[in-house]
Design a binder for this molecule. Structure first.
Ligand SMILES: C[S@@+](CC[C@H](N)C(=O)[O-])C[C@H]1O[C@@H](n2cnc3c(N)ncnc32)[C@H](O)[C@@H]1O
Length: 265
């Protein structure tokens, strides 16, 4: 399974950053995620980043003052990340990169992180989140925060395709045994989780601190032309999104949700 995921994301790594910067909705959402994290993160925190990709967020948090231990399984993504670090010598002492699946966090030697971060649905590539959470207590300081950005089964923007008669795309996230993702000619399974399934996977020693939806009212990144085609409507939807993203159903029925928990020890 890791082979297809590695190959797909390695191919995507060639244009990953350029696409990220060119998609206005993605830029907005990455800022939304970082603003969420900055409510809990302290400048000298030690972050364990899962599925770090090309290191866009790792570099941001290192610039902020944190140390980051960044992990991923894609050789291509990690290659791009290393190139970036080679060009930013001031970040080299703040960031360590390790090729490691988030299901094998026992291979990470450090054991005193105070933040665990995963962005943009990297964790949707496995069916059982306990394969990740089982390793966390031995890696975390008491009081550590965890912020994960995860894709849920219900996305209102996709569900509206029912009214166009496009049932399979509207309901694709509901398949019990995962949905086949097709990326760069590779096929792999993707699994969707509700916020309560994520919370349950952590067990009782973690408490829920914050939950907000991303793309519950404003369009998801796949509608990349929307801001240019409908600029006024886009701004209105953002305003409504900002008002309602912490409230049900918009904190759970969205393109992604941002969930933060705290380790109580
Ligand atoms: C959509 S990208 C997001 C990358 C990065 N978090 C970001 O926001 O730019 C998903 C990432 O998840 C990584 N990934 C998928 N399965 C993984 C696994 N089992 N362990 C570690 N990383 C994984 C992929 O290699 C890819 O880099």
């Amino acid at each position: 399974m890791h082979t297809e995921v590695n190959t797909a994301f390695s191919k995507q790594s060639a244009y990953f950053d350029a696409y990220d910067y060119s998609n206005e909705i993605l830029v907005y959402m990455r800022t939304q995620v970082r603003n969420h994290v900055l409510k809990f993160l302290k400048k000298d925190d030690y972050i364990l980043e899962l599925n770090a990709g090309t290191g866009l967020d790792a570099c941001f948090f290192a610039e902020y003052g944190c140390n980051v231990h960044a992990t991923d399984i894609s050789d291509g993504m990690l290659g791009r990340f290393q190139e970036k670090l080679d060009n930013y010598p001031h970040l080299q002492s703040k960031i360590q990169i390790q090729k490691c699946s988030y299901t094998e966090l026992n291979q990470v030697k450090t054991a005193s992180f105070n933040y665990v971060f995963s962005n943009f649905g990297g964790l949707n590539c496995i069916s059982n989140l306990q394969k990740v959470t089982q390793h966390l207590p031995e890696k975390l300081q008491k009081g550590a925060y965890i912020t994960w950005v995860v894709m849920p089964p219900v996305c209102l923007w996709e569900m509206k395709d029912i009214f166009k008669g496009q049932f399979s795309s509207a309901l694709r996230r509901f398949k019990k045994n995962g949905t086949k993702a097709h990326l760069e000619g590779e096929y792999f399974d993707v699994f969707y989780f509700t916020p309560s399934q994520v919370q349950k996977s952590f067990g009782k020693s973690f408490k829920l601190v914050s939950l907000e939806g991303m793309g519950g009212i404003m369009p998801p990144p796949s509608k990349e032309d929307f801001p240019k085609k409908y600029p006024k409507l886009y701004q209105k939807l953002i305003k409504w999104d900002e008002k309602l993203r912490y409230k049900f159903p918009f904190n759970a029925w969205a393109d992604h949700f941002i969930i933060t928990l705290q380790y109580m020890g």
